[in-house]
Design a binder for this molecule. Structure first.
Ligand code: PXP
Length: 240
């Protein structure tokens, strides 16, 4: 079954709503690990709207599984990553005005910067993942640049209804197979919920899922432990 990385950004969103000390995303990360998560994902945004530098530093010290840092492909974020050494850096596009990450990284447009950043991260022993739309051109460029993983953006699938949902799923499955054939590890995420995750988790080449909002939302009702366990059960059934 695919590994499950829990994105705890929105625990920090609640904290930042009052600029206080609770709830703590680091505590949530440790609870998610205890419930069986394979890794923890945090997005240190340039505007620091949820995760703070202190959260990254503490997660680096405390997380026992794997820490995936989502970040913009900038020199400033690269310096932070090289200091903190997460296990994985997922490079994402970032716009200040967006509510959440909107599209995948345009690898072609960003390639000059990526050619500087990616070798530095890899040299430091950090696995590099590119968050991209499920498109052949983006996958080819990710492979050429030496990415270890691609994370396929599942947002369009998540937003689609009716026949469009199936065509988005086919698009994801074809992209996963193509990327896997090029030797890339294939991850997926964005907009996945308890209701739409199963077909994506069933794609055999998908190695890891990054899920945040839906699990943290459910956790507000049932607690993090149960919310994580319920998702793991769905993933296991999807591959059974
Ligand atoms: N993957 C990436 C690259 C993301 O930017 C996000 C959102 O931070 C996610 C996965 C998780 O998305 P969601 O919160 O919709 O599950």
């Amino acid at each position: 079954m695919p590994k499950l990385h829990i994105n705890v950004d929105h625990i920090a969103t609640i904290r930042q709503a009052r600029l206080t000390t609770e709830p703590d995303p680091v505590y949530a990360a440790l609870m998610a690990e205890q419930a069986g998560a394979d890794g923890i994902t945090i997005h240190l945004r340039e505007d620091r709207r949820h995760i703070q530098d202190r959260d990254l530093a503490l997660c680096r010290q405390m997380v026992q599984t794997r820490l995936n840092l989502e970040m913009a492909a900038t020199d400033q974020m690269t310096e932070i990553a090289l200091n903190q050494k997460p296990d994985i850096c997922t490079l994402v596009p970032e716009k200040r005005e967006e509510v959440t990450t909107e599209g995948g990284l345009d690898v072609k447009a960003a390639q000059e910067k990526l050619r500087q950043i990616m070798p530095a991260l890899k040299k430091a022993g950090i696995r590099v993942s590119l968050f991209i739309d499920p498109e052949k051109e983006q996958i080819d460029l990710a492979a050429q640049l030496g990415a270890d993983d691609v994370e396929l953006h599942t947002g369009e699938y998540a937003n689609a209804t009716g026949p469009a949902e199936l065509s988005q799923l086919v698009r994801l499955a074809q992209a996963a197979s193509y990327a896997h054939g090029l030797g890339l590890q294939v991850n997926a995420g964005h907009g996945l919920t308890y209701f739409n995750v199963t077909p994506v988790a069933a794609i055999p080449e998908v190695a890891e899922l990054n899920i945040g909002h839906s699990i943290i939302s459910r956790a507000t009702y049932v607690g993090i432990d149960q919310a994580v366990r319920e998702m793991i059960t769905l993933l296991a059934k999807a591959r059974a």
